[in-house]
Design a protein around this ligand. Structure first.
Ligand code: SF4
Ligand code: SF4
Length: 83
């Protein structure tokens, strides 16, 4: 039997994944730049660089995993604004 290739990691959120219409947002006053949110993000859209938290908004699926692991409650969700 022919084996199927392992699927490529998805780099962009599909319309269905963005169905909840939310995106992660950070409160910089609360963020300690601990990095805990970075590895739990499935589409790998969070970047910490020079004490700056950035998100690739087109990749965020609104899954809230980052919100759940943040030890300082710096992350929240906001409604995605249509481009
Ligand atoms: S987990 Fe929270 S405190 Fe840590 S880097 Fe992410 S947003 Fe900042
Ligand atoms: S809500 Fe999910 S996809 Fe969006 S930044 Fe947080 S962990 Fe990543």
């Amino acid at each position: 039997m022919r084996r199927q290739a392992w699927p490529q990691r998805r780099r962009h959120a599909t319309t269905a994944q963005r169905a909840n219409g939310e995106i992660a947002i950070v409160n910089y006053d609360r963020c300690s730049y601990c990095g805990a949110c970075v590895p739990v993000c499935p589409p790998d859209c969070i970047t910490l660089h020079d004490a700056t938290w950035q998100i690739a908004e087109d990749l965020c699926t609104g899954c809230r995993r980052c919100v759940l692991v943040c030890p300082t409650a710096a992350l929240n969700m906001r409604t995605r604004v249509a481009a």
